[in-house]
Design a binder for this molecule. Structure first.
Ligand code: C2E
Ligand code: CA
Ligand code: CA
Ligand code: CA
Length: 279
């Protein structure tokens, strides 16, 4: 880790470190310009009801179309954006774009679609995060229940910023809140009392292990929890038909994954609303 603590603090001793450092600075500078250069794009991955054979929701996933490096995934640049204090602006853009798209789909006749967004811990440390979301939803005249904010278990564990209170305020405002990657952190059941969420997303690491009709105890437990708390359940990372069938048999009907569709630009996503992706 290189620290830019002072003008002369960094010495160019290690050529490899130097290259690393310069690449990182270039990435940071490019990232700062990406918003005004309109290089961000939202991709959408459908959430499918297996029973209904239709798209019930879309998860918005951010992409950066870099002018020379091509497309960069969020796992690469979101952590950098968080470090350089850009995540707030990016999240604001994501929220605006996703609500705009949902409004467009509503106007095209798809009025009961859910849109899921990923928020970063930094967003939840904002005092006005709830207002930011409700303002956007209201401006686009969307039913708040159609917007779902995804939070992670790590956000629930460090509750210094009053995340629980914000989740409650979101739910009071009618918004949906999902716990992403459920089961991978310390998902103590107590959290489900404290954070009144609406949806659990079963992490793909559990789905990956599902082969054939053998019951996976973790997934059975999660479906039981969802039923007990009256929560919606979505399975992520469904790649094979056997996984989909086992999930369905265990009582999880809504799924997302490469078996159905890879995340894709708005135009392709719109086509899936008309004709659900084939398995
Ligand atoms: P996530 O929220 O857990 O999103 C699911 C990731 O799994 C996505 O990667 C998606 O493309 C991928 N995926 C979907 N189906 C399958 C499958 O069947 N198999 C496998 N192996 N992978 C699948 P992606 O788009 O690269 O996003 C990575 C992470 O970046 C997301 O994980 C999310 O935490 C974060 N992220 C994405 N968009 C945003 C955003 O707008 N804001 C913030 N703060 N974070 C974002
Ligand atoms: Ca997610
Ligand atoms: Ca996830
Ligand atoms: Ca994840």
């Amino acid at each position: 880790q290189v620290k830019r603590s002072g003008k002369n603090a960094f010495r160019f001793f290690d050529p490899e470190l130097n290259t690393h450092y310069r690449e990182r600075i270039t990435l940071e500078n490019d990232l700062r310009l990406a918003l005004e250069r309109s290089e961000f794009e939202l991709y959408y991955q459908p959430q499918i009801s297996l029973k209904g054979k239709r798209v019930v929701g879309m998860e918005a996933l951010l992409r950066w179309n870099h002018p020379t490096h091509g497309q960069i995934g969020p796992a690469t640049f979101i952590p950098v954006a968080e470090e350089i204090g850009m995540i707030g602006d990016i999240s604001h853009w994501v929220l605006e774009r996703a609500c705009g798209q949902l409004a467009q789909w509503r106007d095209a006749g798809f009025s009961d679609l859910r849109m899921s967004l990923n928020l970063s811990p930094h967003d939840f440390s904002r005092k006005d995060v709830v207002e930011m979301v409700t303002e956007c939803v209201e401006r686009h005249r969307l039913p708040s229940s159609q917007l779902e904010l995804e939070i992670t278990e790590s956000m629930m564990m460090q509750d210094s910023a009053g995340v629980a209170a914000k989740v409650r305020a979101m739910r009071d405002a009618g918004l949906s809140v999902a716990i992403d990657d459920f089961g991978t952190g310390y998902s103590a059941l107590a959290y489900l009392q404290k954070f009144p969420v609406s949806t659990l997303k079963i992490d793909r690491s559990f789905v990956r292990d599902l082969d054939g009709p053998s019951t996976n105890p973790i997934i059975s437990a999660i479906t039981g929890i969802a039923r007990g708390f009256g929560l919606q359940l979505i399975a992520e990372g469904v790649e094979r038909m056997e996984q989909a069938e086992t999930l369905r048999a265990l009582g999880c009907d809504i799924m997302q994954g490469y078996l159905f569709a890879h995340p894709a630009p708005a135009e392709q996503a719109t086509a899936w609303l008309n004709v659900a992706p084939e398995i």
